[in-house]
Design a protein around this ligand. Structure first.
Ligand code: RUQ
Ligand code: CUA
Ligand code: CA
Length: 609
């Protein structure tokens, strides 16, 4: 090295150093700026409301979770197939919610696919349906109260998996029997196995009819024009081993012609199994069309314009695009490894979850059909192994194209370690621009499968603030204890912060029914009643009446107390169930406090607040 070049080099050194340093700083600054802008996007100040409700199926929790989007704040769990003592749901054997659940099957469930009702291609905010895969049930939730309105078992199927509403009318919801059996359920002969798709009255959840075929039915989606509904089939082999289920190179998407099925029904072309009319697809040509797609497809999604149905390849790195009218395959673009589900932004783009690649891939549907290989627009990493993904309004005809949820199967190190078992992880992705951006991650209980997002404007004025007290409910000042032989009915009220009556006397062995009415007219004033050593816990929202029945145990004092912190006198809100030995005289309840000369609290609250 000459002296001259050495000097030149030496002179450049600090420059080079600075350049590298400033590059480093700018990268750091850029990351910080990005984090700050992401934080700003999801920041919803305390007291301000989120833009969307995200409704996530609770999987093995047997429930549905409600989160606010974009803040990702957890708002509510709606227990459906499992008791929740805190909410007084199905935890007391003598209660209505317990009886309804127990009559439909086991006291647990595995919820997979939340489905919202629609009117004219938009969410109307009225109903949410959800399936219990494990115990073949479907439930309907009333979105005025976010509580279960109906639960029904679906006969003849096993593994009630895919669930969708038949569009545009939503007169049926249909659910797929993923696990093959002979529908009658009496045979162990695998050659007799079939699968069924069950069509339920969307309101009563009665199974109206079923379509049966050889193979299986996994995920469900409805066309938009009242003709076909679609199901993916990964076991057209009708195999009973996992090797057997991947033998064929191609499986299928099944298209069921609903009007044709209804016609067959009217013409009596069915067999009744367990009282349900079952249409055997082989006997009614056209009722079920098999559309060959690469082996073992999974998700099945109809584009917002209703033109195409997209089957995600799972074992194949492709999505198959099928014309939803002609049922012809029009393209099979490659998207990445392990495509499971696809969702939409309403701008002609599809977003597919890639389980193996742990990515969401954004691609353009028209470009994929044109086949020039330029359909992939963007990819974003998610953490980790995404299953379902859903953009806001994606099952309607008018997706909003702003937010997308990635429902990830593994959270690995995303959250504080809490033992070998980790929470599930969801990520919120901004899809409003050309490039996707992951802006937040939030954990949940195991294990959300799918989600729907509904704008708060749809529900804001629809969700009720208090229950309307029915005329039959116990009124303040009209509380009473009614005896009839061995039965005692206690008509009780509660309001901040008192139960009336505060003393109930019964004989041991008597059957006691508590009818507890919360006479509050103020929103958010929930009370509860737990009875020590009796194992009862009810919760009553304002205006609601909860009931339960139990048998009085051995003589003694059993305190009941309010379980929801309701006022400064919450702890004093309690009373006694006095169980006396048979034959011992009882002090009859002589009426509410008012009649004893002490003023009863008024419906407006009693000043203790
Ligand atoms: S399944 S990860 Cu129950 Cu919806 Cu596809
Ligand atoms: Cu009522 Cu606490
Ligand atoms: Ca297969």
């Amino acid at each position: 090295m000459t002296l001259k070049s050495y000097i030149v080099l030496a002179a450049l050194m600090p420059l080079a150093f600075t350049a590298c340093n400033s590059d480093h700083t700018s990268k750091k600054e850029k990351a910080a700026a990005q984090a700050a802008s992401a934080a700003q996007q999801i920041y919803v100040p305390p007291g301000k409301l989120d833009e969307y409700y995200a409704i996530l199926s609770g999987g093995q929790s047997g429930s549905v979770f409600v989160y606010g989007i974009p803040s990702c704040r957890f708002i509510k769990e709606i227990p459906i197939f499992e008791p929740r003592a805190g909410l007084g749901y199905a935890n007391n054997p003598g209660s209505e919610s317990y009886k309804r659940l127990a009559a439909s099957g086991p006291m647990w469930g595995d919820t997979h696919h939340p489905v919202l009702s629609q009117t004219e291609g938009r969410y109307d905010g009225k109903w949410l349906w959800i399936n219990d895969k494990a115990n073949e049930r479907v439930a309907k939730i009333d979105l005025r109260t976010f509580e279960v309105a109906e639960i029904k078992m679906v006969p003849n199927i096993q593994g009630a998996h895919g669930l969708a509403a038949y569009l545009p009318s939503c007169k049926y919801v249909f659910v797929n029997g993923e696990l093959e059996t002979d529908a009658g359920g009496n045979s162990t002969d695998a050659t007799k196995y079939r699968s069924l798709v069950a069509f339920l009255d969307a309101q009563t959840l009665e199974t109206k009819f079923q379509v049966s075929f050889v193979g299986n039915a996994d995920i469900a989606s409805s066309g938009k024009d009242g003709r076909f509904v679609f199901v993916t089939m990964y076991n057209t082999e009708n195999a009973v081993t996992s090797e057997g289920m991947i033998e064929r190179d191609r499986d299928a998407v099944g298209a069921i012609d609903v009007p044709l099925a209804e016609k067959a029904l009217a013409e009596g072309k069915f067999t009744k199994i367990n009282d349900v009319p079952v249409i055997e697809s082989e006997k009614v040509p056209g009722v079920l069309t098999f559309i060959p797609v690469p082996k073992n497809p999974h998700g099945c999604n109809v584009t917002p314009d209703g033109k195409y149905v997209l089957a995600s390849g799972k074992l194949s790195p492709t999505v198959t695009i099928i014309d939803a009218k002609t049922l012809k395959v029009v393209a099979e673009p490659e998207v990445g490894l392990g495509p499971l589900h696809t969702t939409f932004d309403g701008r002609g783009n599809a977003y597919t979850s890639l389980f193996v690649d742990s990515q969401i891939v954004k691609w353009n549907i028209d470009k994929a059909i044109a086949g020039k290989g330029d359909h992939i627009l963007d990819r974003v990493d998610v953490h980790y192994n995404v299953g379902h993904t859903k953009a806001a309004g994606a099952d309607t005809s008018y997706p909003s194209g702003d937010w997308l949820i990635s429902l990830n199967k593994l959270s690995k190190g995303m959250f504080l370690p809490v033992g070998p078992g980790m929470p599930e992880s969801q990520e919120l992705v901004d899809i409003s621009g050309e490039k996707m951006r992951v802006v937040a991650a939030f954990p949940s209980l195991p294990e959300p499968h799918d989600a729907v997002m509904i704008h708060r404007k749809v529900l804001e004025n629809y969700v009720i603030q208090t229950y309307e007290i029915p005329p039959t409910a116990t009124k303040l000042g009209e509380e009473k204890v009614v005896r009839n032989g061995n039965k005692v009915d206690v008509f009780m009220t509660c309001i901040r912060s008192k139960f009336v009556p505060e003393t109930v006397e019964v004989h041991e062995g008597e059957q006691v029914t508590v009818h507890l009415t919360n006479v509050e007219t103020v929103r958010d004033m929930t009370h509860g009643i737990a009875i020590s050593k009796v194992g009862i816990n009810l919760a009553v929202d304002p205006g609601q009446t909860a009931e339960t029945t139990f048998t009085a145990g051995k003589p003694g004092t059993y305190w009941y107390y309010c379980t929801w912190f309701c006022s400064a006198l919450h702890l004093e809100m309690r009373g006694r169930l006095l169980v006396k030995a048979a034959g011992e005289p009882l002090n009859e309840y002589i009426g509410p406090m008012a009649k004893q000369g002490t003023a009863a609290p008024t419906a407006k609250g009693n000043g203790y607040e």
